[in-house]
Design a binder for this molecule. Structure first.
Ligand code: NAD
Length: 302
């Protein structure tokens, strides 16, 4: 099946994702509010249009890849008296939001879409720009079973692992829960390495023990925050991302919001969000999130 896709948000992730849809033979109408993003997508082979109305007019699927939930809700509803995507799209259009946004916002977006006579799926991703370019993203999907099957051919083009997580918002819920584990575990692994240094333990010795013991986790065995034990980890290339500190801070704040709105008495999540907010504000925004170890070491004294 080929789809007509309005692809809105041609940024770091959206640009290469749109390219993959074009290459797979889908009809894509790309749109972004930033001219540089439009130009980059056009040179990469994505057909672009000059307005949302043009992008959406004959779309089967309206795919959004925006920075935040506010962008998604504003675009759906329209701002400044302009009609939004929901009003511009033909009834029954599939609204597929791949942005990473709050669970509550995803549910609201879905209700708005359904209320306007459309279909809705949330499908945030992991895998970064590298995964977007290679078409190997993981999609975490929330929505009705038949809507999941309807968007699956598109997700298969852009991703490698596609998981239907449950009802509307469940994709965002899965993403936020996973990244809560990731953010907290990276801090724990980093604290352990700095503690090991102070105790005279070599990085390799700690790695050899913990990677095969109960401390084993992705933050240690794949994204190891010290250079050496895992040669492919960002620590070996001066902490070039990888997964940038700014994005970890963003995702932990989404986790924090979810903890608050559900009343879960989490303590590590809020602390991790605060730690990564400070890290991002103090120069870590563009570094891999594993560079949090340098922050811990610097604050630990000689
Ligand atoms: P980005 O800022 O590079 O791209 C977002 C694009 O959306 C921008 O080009 C912006 O101009 C455009 N945009 C905003 N409002 C718009 C509107 N109303 N109409 C049209 N275009 C609009 O961000 P990104 O890195 O591509 O990330 C996109 C989403 O994916 C975010 O929610 C992010 O959290 C998530 N994500 C990013 C990564 C990553 O590694 N970059 C990984 C996983 C998930």
């Amino acid at each position: 099946d080929t789809y007509t896709v309005a692809f809105l948000g041609l940024g770091h992730m959206g640009g290469p994702m749109a390219v993959n849809l074009v290459r797979a033979g889908h009809r894509v109408a790309g749109y972004d509010v930033v001219p540089a993003a439009v130009d980059a997508a056009r040179s990469a082979g994505v057909p672009v249009v000059g307005s949302v109305a043009k992008a959406v007019s004959d779309a089967d699927v309206v795919l959004t890849m925006f920075p935040s939930g506010q962008h998604v809700l504003d675009a759906y509803r329209g701002t400044g008296g302009q009609p939004g995507l929901l009003a511009l799209a033909a009834p029954g259009t599939m609204f597929l939001d791949c942005s990473t946004i709050n669970v509550d916002e995803a549910r609201e977006a879905a209700q708005l879409a359904l209320g306007a006579g459309h279909r809705s799926v949330d499908a945030p991703v992991s895998g970064g720009v590298v995964g977007a370019e290679a078409g190997t993203l993981t999609f975490m999907v929330g929505g009705e079973e038949d809507d999941f099957h309807a968007v699956r051919p598109l997700l298969d083009v852009m991703g490698k692992r596609i998981v239907h997580c449950g009802a509307h918002g469940a994709g965002q819920a899965a993403k936020v829960c996973n990244n809560l584990i990731l953010g907290v575990s990276m801090i724990a692994v980093s604290e352990a390495f700095v503690l090991g240094e102070k105790l005279g333990l070599s990085h390799q010795a700690l790695f050899d023990v913990a990677s095969a013991a109960s401390g084993q986790c992705w933050a240690l065995t794949t994204n190891c925050p010290v250079p050496g034990p895992v040669p492919t980890s960002p620590a070996n290339r001066d902490y070039q991302p990888g997964f940038a500190g700014a994005l970890m801070a963003k995702d932990l704040n989404l986790a924090l919001n979810a903890l608050h709105s559900t009343g879960v008495a989490g303590r590590m999540g809020p602390l991790a969000a605060e730690i990564y907010d400070t890290f991002a504000a103090e120069g870590g925004a563009g570094q891999d999130f594993s560079a949090i170890i340098n922050d811990i070491r610097e604050k630990s004294g000689p």
